[in-house]
Design a protein around this ligand. Structure first.
Ligand SMILES: [Zn+2]
Length: 331
């Protein structure tokens, strides 16, 4: 491209940014990002942290910024170009960046929110009640199962079958042995740990390649990778390379299964989830994953609390219940 053509392009981008506000600003910024290669030889200041000649795939994404969350992602990664203040552009790049971020969050607030109810360690006493409650309430739920639990009794084998047969429940992998609750040792040999998951996958007859690692809050799916500072990352990588999506959780609810006494009331748990959504605290805005355990719901006292929490969440007009295979719902 000739220099005068580059100058014309840069001038047009500058004019777009000056004239745009809020959402329109994002269009201009994305246009300018796409045109960066044309502009950066004539602009002395490039305010993006990423070298564009090494981020080919992101450039493709920037050329098709249809989703608010992808724009936000690019913004967080420093992939967007904000023109410096000069005689044409009067908006400080830092201000422009914050304006765009605020406008994206404002738009996302208007969109539906997505709740993922997840239950770990089943089948256990409590699983049958969970199956009945989520069916009665008509909400989607995700269960992360332990291979060896399904063989402990006929009752638990039958609870597993109920889960597998329920269209409102998706069953996923939480290992065969649950590391025998010795997590550090279990993950110290990733091949053994990986094999344990494969055994559970086959024994339980699971059709989804989705897993949660016992004792670890690790996320690994698509190009997302979030570890929790403890060992287990290599096991997660082996599973991920084998096609598994690995999910952790955002908010945990605890009830003592033996007494039915809750560590957090229904109201506290509801508010914790709402705060998580309202403050955009998750990996993705508008999505929150709640962790519970099957053995929490052995007693009627606790089962009533599960029903009450689901009722509270259902009353919110923006909240929808999803399976983990749909995580994240993006806008
Ligand atoms: Zn567990």
């Amino acid at each position: 491209m000739f220099d005068h053509q580059k100058l014309v392009l840069c001038f047009l981008v500058g004019v777009m940014i000056m004239r745009s506000r809020f959402l329109f600003l994002s269009v201009a910024i994305f246009s300018s990002a796409v045109l960066l290669n044309a502009c950066n030889s004539t602009s002395s200041k490039v305010l993006t942290s990423a070298p564009y000649d090494t981020v080919g795939t992101d450039q493709v994404r920037l050329a098709n910024p249809s989703l608010l969350m992808d724009k936000l992602d690019s913004l967080k990664k420093g992939l967007l170009y904000f023109a410096p203040v000069d005689s044409i552009n009067k908006i400080d790049p830092k201000v422009a960046r914050n304006m765009l971020k605020d406008s994206i969050y404002r738009e996302l607030k208007k969109k539906p929110k997505h709740i993922y109810l997840t239950f770990d360690d089943g089948p256990l006493l409590g699983s049958k009640a969970i199956d009945s409650i989520v069916t009665a309430k008509g909400v989607k739920s995700s269960v992360f199962l332990i291979g060896k639990h399904a063989k402990m009794s006929k009752k638990l084998t039958s609870s597993l079958q109920k889960y597998l047969d329920n269209p409102l429940v998706e069953a996923y992998n939480h290992s065969y042995t649950h590391a025998n609750h010795r997590y550090q040792t279990f993950y110290a040999d990733p091949t053994v740990a990986y094999t344990d998951f494969i055994r559970a996958q086959e024994d339980l007859g699971l059709k989804h390649k989705v897993a949660r690692l016992p004792g670890r809050n690790i996320w690994m799916f698509g190009d997302v990778k979030r570890l929790d500072g403890r060992n287990g990352g290599t096991t997660a990588e082996m599973l991920h390379e084998d096609g598994f999506q690995i999910f952790g959780w955002d908010v945990e609810w605890r009830i003592n299964g033996k007494t039915g006494e809750s560590e957090q009331t229904v109201d506290m748990t509801y508010k914790a989830m709402k705060k998580f959504l309202d403050k955009n605290m998750g990996l993705y805005p508008n999505n929150v994953v709640l962790l519970m355990h099957d053995d929490m719901f052995q007693l009627p006292k606790a089962q009533k609390q599960l029903g009450a929490l689901i009722d509270s969440l259902k009353q919110h007009p923006d909240y929808n219940f999803e399976f983990m295979t749909d995580y994240p719902k993006k806008y």
